[in-house]
Design a protein around this ligand. Structure first.
Ligand code: NAP
Ligand code: GCO
Length: 264
């Protein structure tokens, strides 16, 4: 019997007060996991705890900036003390800055790299020793279409998400012998606050040009929903994927397979 159950497992989802992290955490909880999550400030954490409670999930929330190694190490120690050691890590926290590269400051570039690439390194480094001790662990890094493709104005984000793809493969390579699997999920274009500016209805009531562009580039002819990522996340977090390692599972409605809608 294939085991998709997460009963008895503790899952840490970073940046999970809302958006993709919240949806994935909710799905892991439905599969039996105990959810612990962090976000950047107390207001967001409180909002998240209330949202999980409304969904019938008793989640523990903590304030922690994933770029701050001291805060992350304290977070992992506090989780260990209050709940237990982390079995499943979802490196979800991330930001994007959409600025033409020649206009982007080094500070802005570094901030995106820090959160989207250094953050997953710092949090993974903090949980791996506990996973090694227990003889099992699951790390899932939330990558992106920009782990494979570029586009205007997202140079820092693409560099970070491309690096995150290779960090995923390297953790898989270095820790596979400890029965730790590290894989990525590469969402396509998902309707969350992060992509809201790309979907804004225009003053004349028409769709945002980028919205129409993405619809034409997606065989499914729609934006993804955070819930579309839940099944893939449960699979990669469960024992059903114990021989899947170093893989980036693209959940993109077919974008990466498609040249784009041909002119009529
Ligand atoms: P989102 O709505 O902006 O949520 C990101 C979460 O991460 C927010 O709660 C954010 O808090 C938190 N965060 C930001 N910096 C942090 C830090 N230093 N420490 C801890 N938490 C931090 O984004 P999303 O659309 O749900 O995306 C989640 C992940 O999926 C990101 O890694 C993103 O790159 C990736 N992704 C998104 C899409 C998409 O189309 N939406 C597609 C592919 C991949 P604040 O609210 O304070 O910023
Ligand atoms: C953008 C979007 C994308 C998505 C996602 C696609 O500006 O192009 O924000 O980067 O967030 O990463 O997979």
């Amino acid at each position: 019997m294939v085991n998709f159950s997460l009963e008895g497992k503790i899952a840490l989802v970073t940046g999970a007060s809302y958006g993709i992290g919240f949806a994935i955490a909710s799905g892991l909880a439905e599969a039996g996991a105990k959810i612990v999550f962090n976000d950047i400030n107390q207001e967001l954490v409180d909002k998240g705890v209330a949202a999980y409670k409304e969904a019938g999930i008793d989640a523990n929330g903590y304030v922690c900036d994933v770029t701050n190694e001291e805060q992350v190490n304290s977070l992992v120690a506090q989780i260990e003390k209050e709940v237990g050691s982390v079995d499943i890590l979802i490196n979800n926290a991330g930001i994007i800055k959409r600025i033409p590269m020649h206009e982007m400051s080094v500070v802005e570039f570094r901030q995106v790299i820090d959160i989207d690439l250094n953050g997953p390194f710092i949090v993974s480094k903090a949980v791996i020793p506990g996973m090694m001790k227990k003889g099992h662990g699951k790390i899932i890094n939330i990558c992106s279409m920009m782990s494979e493709l570029g586009r205007e104005t997202v140079s820092a984000y693409a560099a970070a998400k491309g690096g995150l793809k290779m960090l995923t493969k390297n953790i898989a390579s270095e820790y596979g012998e400890y029965n730790i699997q590290c894989n990525g999920i590469g969402p396509g274009y998902i309707a969350t606050p992060q992509t809201a500016p790309l979907r804004e209805i225009q003053p004349d009531g028409s769709r945002h040009p980028f919205d129409s562009f993405i619809i034409a580039k997606t065989p499914a002819a729609r934006w993804g929903d955070p819930e579309d990522l839940v099944g893939p996340a449960v699979f990669l977090a469960s024992e059903a994927s114990n021989f899947v390692n170093g893989h980036i599972l693209y959940v993109d409605g077919g974008i990466l397979a498609y040249i784009g809608k041909q002119p009529k």
